[in-house]
Design a protein around this ligand. Structure first.
Ligand code: ZN
Ligand code: ZN
Length: 142
């Protein structure tokens, strides 16, 4: 019985190990064509560019080329320090940006963008780079 448990454990470790090495095989740098932050998004990329009162998102392909937003719809879910969330619909601009005004009532910690492109939903989660990780762990801003 003990042997079987050990075998199962070894198998789990092997599976976990192979998952990690698979994640590391995708190795490329993110160039951010609009000077923002780029995240992986299910075979695509999403770039977040923060402005003074708004945020623009761009849909990029696997090679980080900006894609047209014509047939794309999306939402942004903001997480706040007080554990509440708000959802905004992205407004498409002529320059292929998907635009949303930055929530004013609260400082957001994370923003999760979901975009429907050719019937497929892709998502990317961005941390607000204006807040520190220790503040997020702590639960409020100092
Ligand atoms: Zn990438
Ligand atoms: Zn405190």
């Amino acid at each position: 019985m003990k042997t079987i448990k050990s075998i199962i454990l070894v198998f789990i470790l092997l599976v976990a190990g192979s998952t990690v090495s698979y994640a590391q095989t995708e190795n490329h740098t993110h160039k951010a064509p609009h000077g923002g932050l780029v995240q992986e998004a299910n075979g695509y990329h999403i770039e977040m560019v923060k402005g003074k009162d708004s945020i623009s998102f761009y849909l990029l392909d696997a090679k980080q080329k900006t894609l047209s937003n014509k047939t794309v719809t999306g939402t942004a879910v903001f997480d706040f320090f007080n554990k509440t969330k708000s959802t905004s619909t992205l407004a498409n601009t002529k320059k292929n940006a998907m635009w949303v005004s930055t929530p004013k009532a609260n400082v957001f910690t994370y923003c999760t963008v979901s975009v429907v492109v050719q019937g497929k939903t892709i998502t990317a989660k961005f941390k607000n780079d204006a807040v520190s990780q220790s503040d997020i762990d702590h639960g409020h801003q100092h």
